[in-house]
Write a new protein. Structure first.
Length: 142
């Protein structure tokens, strides 16, 4: 199987800072892969909130995650403050991609610890079907 390579965009619309919790640490003494997924989920929720949305209230529709890819670069440890930059791109009628750049300070310099991407799909939870992404959402998230 080919390794995942994520090409990060040049510009990010939003950055948040999230600390690594003790519950994120695995038996190897660093943040587990599941913790990285939780970090990007939290960053996505904060990004949507900044734009006035949630995953269940996106201008009349919801969102569902189609896929996720994470390219691990460095370890994270308890107490690290992770700067997570987020942007939404590649909009289609019913989907778009969200990119995440996870960085931490190492010796006074910001260092990439992971790159991630989630494929998001507009979803009608009541009807249990794919839904078109409203134009206002595309404009707001772009």
């Amino acid at each position: 199987m080919a390794r995942i390579k994520i090409e990060l965009p040049d510009n990010f619309a939003f950055t948040t800072h999230i600390p690594v919790r003790i519950t994120d640490i695995n038996y190897g003494g660093h943040a587990g892969n599941d913790a990285f997924l939780a970090l990007i989920h939290e960053a996505r929720m904060q990004f949507l909130k900044k734009c006035g949305y949630t995953e269940l209230a996106l201008a009349g529709i919801g969102l569902i995650m189609r896929d996720v890819g994470i390219e691990f670069k460095e370890e994270l440890f308890y107490g690290d403050l992770v700067a997570i930059s987020v942007c939404a791109t590649e909009f289609t009628k019913a989907s778009f991609e969200i990119y995440y750049k996870l960085e931490r300070d190492i010796n006074g310099q910001r260092k990439l610890v992971a790159a991630a991407k989630t494929g998001m799909v507009g979803y009608d939870y009541a009807g249990k079907k794919v839904a078109a992404i409203p134009a206002e959402v595309i404009q707001s998230l772009s």
